[in-house]
Design a protein around this ligand. Structure first.
Ligand code: UDP
Length: 590
């Protein structure tokens, strides 16, 4: 292999070649179905164009190692193309992809290279491709990762001996990804598709492999895996924190916290910044003395930080498009409502279904309601409930029958936002209970409180009564076995009390199953599943000290008090993964 001699001319010619081929590719595909930057099918063109252009202009195209890489890059582009046309699954394509990578690495490296090295290098190339594929959930992300990686590798190279091929491949990656980034700045949706990801990921892996450096291998592996893990862990962590946080007071800061992590431009900025940080750390360890390029990277970091902070500080412009009434998340239609909408719907329902003296008398006689309309069930759904709906058909159908499914949880709001169909905000269960009671005080609705440990529902009812002067028609604790005689007795007492509103605080999914049973004995009324709301309203759970609330670490206090909750929270990463997969699958539809 030819070592790089440090001349600048081949670099400049190669960059010019890469740009020329890139532009040529863009022109050739313009107005075609797979127009460059628009259609996912043409994703590999910019990378291949830049790569071949750099190879031709840099004079390394005649080398066997370069040709081996070119052949593999083209074959991987074809494989990616087949994947995007939904012709083959990833599993079918995996052995072929691995075979292409192994063969080309054997051909590109010295004959003496051990097979263990080639196999581990192949696994690593596949890992990088997977990292980029996940990053492609946000469509500028792969370009940022590729450009930053290529830049960092150049800095790393500047301290070591390296081959001409490695420099040129790296240059092609840098040029094409920067061009793709620039191409997307006009608000264009630039897609690379699987063909682009497979090709670019392989080339990125090949650059450091050509150097055969162990530390570079480690560095390459560390950075992309952190990039996968971090946003995933961050989103899950924020949703978990919101469960433990102060449910009555949901201040602005937390809402903003999950809003910024989810909007595309902010996510891209954040990931880019995080990626730059990691690259710095790796470079600090790997290189002896900072070079001018190192300071250039530092400047990039400072600029990104500045843009990030100013974007974070800016308030998001309101979206003027009319919001759909319902938003589908993991197969469940969640209502795009704010608490006042819920109150309006309840009021409308109760006014329409006022019992007349005759129907009331008849209903008491038959122990049913002659009115044909049925119970108005409100589900306060959080992310764990949505995951459960996917697992339990009984729970899913209870949710589908409900009159309203309101988003009670940061996770649901995040998912809606992330899927591109934002919800107006959260409808936290505790706040909803309080608002319903306020309306009940005004209109004289009768309320039944069911659930919680002995005495808790009573304490919650008393607190709400003090605030809103409500008409309480029944209070029951929630500790009785499902389908037991005791449950029958509770159902009977509720039917006799004929509440306008019943709050059912039995936890998910029990409360939804109970409400489903309630339908047969209560034909009129609003039933709301309110989870642990009574515990919060009755202040059974002590509040965190003020300083903990101020520093937004109230969740830590709650975790200390209720460690069992934490186990349940482990379902949140599953939710985040399902949402990512949903978005991923949707993206792959041609
Ligand atoms: N609960 C109940 N009966 C039961 C189990 C639970 O009344 O058999 C009550 C529990 O005391 C708590 C509420 O249901 O007040 C909600 O429980 P959890 O916090 O587990 O549910 P989530 O708020 O997550 O829906």
């Amino acid at each position: 292999m030819t070592p790089y001699t440090g001349q600048l001319e081949p670099l400049i010619t190669a960059a010019a070649g890469a740009i020329l081929f890139w532009v040529l590719g863009a022109r050739l595909t313009a107005n075609m179905r797979f127009e460059l930057g628009r259609g996912r099918y043409a994703g590999a063109f910019p990378f291949l164009g830049a790569f071949i252009g750099a190879g031709l202009a840099g004079g390394v195209f005649v080398q066997q190692s370069f040709q081996a890489l070119a052949a593999a890059a083209i074959l991987l582009a074809i494989i990616g193309f087949l994947r995007d046309r939904q012709r083959f699954s990833y599993l079918t394509l995996l052995p072929w992809g691995a075979l292409i990578i192994i063969t080309s690495l054997f051909a590109a490296t010295d004959a003496a290279t051990s097979s263990i090295f080639v196999i581990s290098a192949t696994l690593w190339a596949i890992l990088i491709i997977v990292c980029l594929k996940i990053a492609a959930l946000v469509y500028e992300m792969p370009f940022i990762l590729l450009a930053t990686s290529a830049l960092t590798q150049f800095i790393y190279f500047s301290q070591h001996q390296f081959t001409q091929s490695a420099v040129l491949v790296n240059l092609a990656l840098l040029t094409s990804s920067v061009l793709m980034l620039l191409y997307s700045t006009g608000g264009r949706r630039v897609l690379t598709g699987s063909s682009g990801i497979f090709t670019a990921g392989f080339l990125l892996a090949a650059v450091s492999l050509l150097e055969g450096s162990g530390s570079m291998l480690l560095f390459g592996l560390f950075v992309p895996s952190m990039v996968i893990l971090f946003p995933f862990a961050l989103i899950s962590g924020m949703i978990v924190a919101s469960y433990f946080g102060n449910r009555l007071h949901h201040g602005n800061s937390r809402e903003r916290l999950y809003a910024w992590s989810l909007r595309r431009e902010k996510t891209v900025l954040f990931a880019g910044l995080f990626f730059l940080c990691l690259n710095f750390l790796a470079l600090l360890v790997l290189i002896d003395a900072p070079t001018p390029a190192y300071f250039a990277l530092f400047l990039l970091f400072v600029i990104s930080l500045f843009v990030f902070v100013s974007t974070f500080a800016r308030k998001d412009a309101g979206n003027n498009a009319p919001m759909p009434r319902q938003i589908e998340i993991l197969g469940i239609a969640v209502d795009a409502v704010v608490p006042t909408d819920v109150i309006e719907r309840i009021t409308g329902y109760l006014q329409q279904n006022m019992p007349t003296p005759e129907t009331a008398a008849q209903a008491i006689e038959n122990n049913t309601d002659s009115n044909s309309s049925s119970l108005f069930h409100i589900v306060t759904a959080d992310s764990l409930a949505l995951v459960r709906a996917g697992e339990e058909i009984r729970f899913k159908s209870a949710m589908q029958r409900a009159a309203l499914v309101v988003p009670d949880g940061a996770g649901v709001v995040w998912a809606a936002d992330f899927l591109g169909t934002p919800l107006p905000g959260r409808v936290p269960g505790v706040a909803l209970v309080s608002q319903i009671c306020e309306a009940a005080g005004k209109y004289g609705w009768k309320i039944f409180f069911l659930g919680g440990k002995a005495g808790i529902a009573e304490q919650a009812a008393n607190t709400l009564n003090k605030e809103h002067s409500i008409n309480i028609c029944g209070i029951e604790h929630g500790y009785f076995a499902p389908d037991s005689e005791e449950e029958e007795a509770v159902l009977e007492r509720i039917a006799r009390a004929r509440p306008d509103i019943i709050f059912v605080a039995l936890g998910v999914p029990r409360q939804e199953y109970f409400i489903a049973r309630l339908r047969s004995c209560l034909k009129r009324g609003v039933a709301v599943g309110v989870g642990g709301s009574f515990d919060v309203i009755s202040q059974t759970l002590p509040r965190a000290p003020y300083w903990m609330q101020r520093f937004a670490i109230e969740w830590l206090f709650r975790l200390w008090l209720e460690p069992r909750r934490f186990m349940r929270m482990l379902g949140i990463p599953v939710f985040v993964l399902q949402i990512l997969r949903h978005k991923w699958n949707n993206n792959q539809k041609p």
